[in-house]
Design a protein around this ligand. Structure first.
Ligand SMILES: Cc1ncc(COP(=O)(O)O)c(C=O)c1O
Length: 409
């Protein structure tokens, strides 16, 4: 069922999940292995899960839980989980050992360094992935060269340079910046650590996706500690690697009764939505400037590993405008009663902005009903980044940039 509400710049597509084979690479055992690695990293701490009880009661749902990645390793985003795991796996491959047989101390020790020397890692990024790669390279004694698409926020560039990486801001969109990173790697003998995949380049992107499982495992363990099981999981997509990992892991974990998954994207970069609505089972790219404030979601070409999962298991796909993400930022920063405040960046807040539409406005009541968002629903969201562009964050929060569209309640 396709719902289009043009005056609110909103489209949703709801399907019966197809229930394909349970994704093998995202088993609970695989997630435990990844988690064991992350626990060895300096300053590892699980990020908090915000339980927004008052908001849930105002919006008439059973629970709203927001996994808050803004404090992750002081890097303001979940992305480092993927980059660090992939770099560690690459080093192990070079050393001819398995990550299970070794530990972080060995990987950063003199013997490992002597055996593999110094590698240069390269990647294209809107900011968060590159910051994670630069950090991982610094921790593991490697070099990094990072390419950024046009319009990259100065704060995001500086955050990557701060970890010793060389950064080049290009005049390309994200997908073309990825192609540039690959060409430079070919010419210079560097290693591409990219957070999306294509034919013939799948091993590293799979490791990156597996790395994201730590976030998801922590979140459902934290929900379990609060006696809650997610009935609905809202997850945003750029190329769909994060969403694919989240869905893949949760389908494994809750085999008998998986939650409903809702995938969210910005209007101008909705390649997963385009692929789902095309109905031929294939990934479809969208092109152009991919202009959106949700910079981390500004990707036009689906990750094929993620797409295979996102084709089969989600119930809903939504594309929406900038104001939805901006509303999400304002709502999370202004908690009700004793709910905790959450600092959310533009790519982290869109889920709560979407729930505000569904919960508060008559135009969306059919979508809400179809998705069964009701008093029994326990909803899990991922605030995937903090205020990584602090200037825009303040414009939104203090000066009401990208205002809510006025609509009947
Ligand atoms: C903050 C944030 N959230 C979500 C995403 C989406 O991840 P993916 O591109 O794997 O869909 C990104 C990607 O960079 C991001 O930076």
């Amino acid at each position: 069922m396709l719902t289009e509400i043009p005056e609110y710049q909103f489209k949703s597509f709801v399907q019966e999940p197809r229930k394909g084979a349970v994704p093998q690479n995202f088993s609970e055992e695989a997630a435990d292995r990844v988690h064991r690695f992350h626990q060895q990293l300096p300053n590892y701490n699980p990020t908090p899960l915000a339980n927004l009880r008052n908001l849930a009661s105002v919006w008439g749902v059973g629970g709203i839980f927001v996994k808050d990645e803004s404090p992750r390793f002081d890097l303001q985003a979940f992305k480092v989980l993927g980059g660090s795991y992939a770099v560690a796996r690459l080093i192990c491959k070079k050393l001819g050992i398995s990550l299970d047989e070794t530990d972080y101390a060995y990987l950063v020790g003199d013997e490992a360094r002597r055996r593999i020397g110094r590698m240069t890692l390269t990647s294209a990024t809107d900011g968060n992935h590159g910051r994670g790669i630069a950090w991982a390279a610094q921790q593991l004694g490697q070099d990094a060269v990072i390419y950024m698409p046009k319009g990259a926020a100065a704060s995001r560039v500086e955050n990557i340079r701060a970890h010793g990486a060389r950064v080049e801001v290009t005049d390309l969109n994200y997908d073309d910046a990825v192609r540039l990173a690959c060409r430079m790697a070919d010419e210079n003998g560097w290693h591409v650590i990219q957070d999306t995949a294509w034919e013939g380049y799948e091993e590293i992107p799979l490791w990156i996706m597996q790395g994201y499982m730590t976030m998801c495992k922590e979140a459902v363990d934290q929900m379990a500690a609060a006696d809650a099981v997610p009935t609905h999981v809202f997850v945003q997509a750029g190329v769909g690697a994060l969403a694919g990992a989240v869905v893949g892991y949760l389908v494994n974990r809750f085999r008998e009764c998986p939650p409903r998954f809702i995938i969210m994207e910005p209007n101008n970069a909705a390649c997963i939505f385009a692929s789902a609505t095309a109905g031929d089972g294939k990934p479809h790219a969208v092109t152009g400037d991919l202009d959106t404030i949700m910079a981390g979601l500004a990707c036009g070409e689906p990750n094929p590993i993620g797409w295979e999962i996102l084709r089969d298991f989600p119930t809903g796909y939504v594309r929406c405008d900038n104001y939805v993400a901006a509303n999400g930022i304002r709502i999370l920063a202004n908690p009700l009663g004793n709910d905790p405040a959450v600092e959310a960046g533009e790519s982290g807040s869109v889920g709560i902005g979407l729930l505000e539409l569904l919960a508060g406005h008559s135009a969306f009541k059919d979508v809400r009903r179809t998705l069964k968002i009701d008093a029994d629903a326990k909803l899990l969201f991922f605030n995937t980044e903090g205020a990584t562009d602090p200037v825009n964050y303040r414009e939104i929060l203090w000066y009401g940039k990208y205002p809510a569209v006025s609509m009947p309640r």
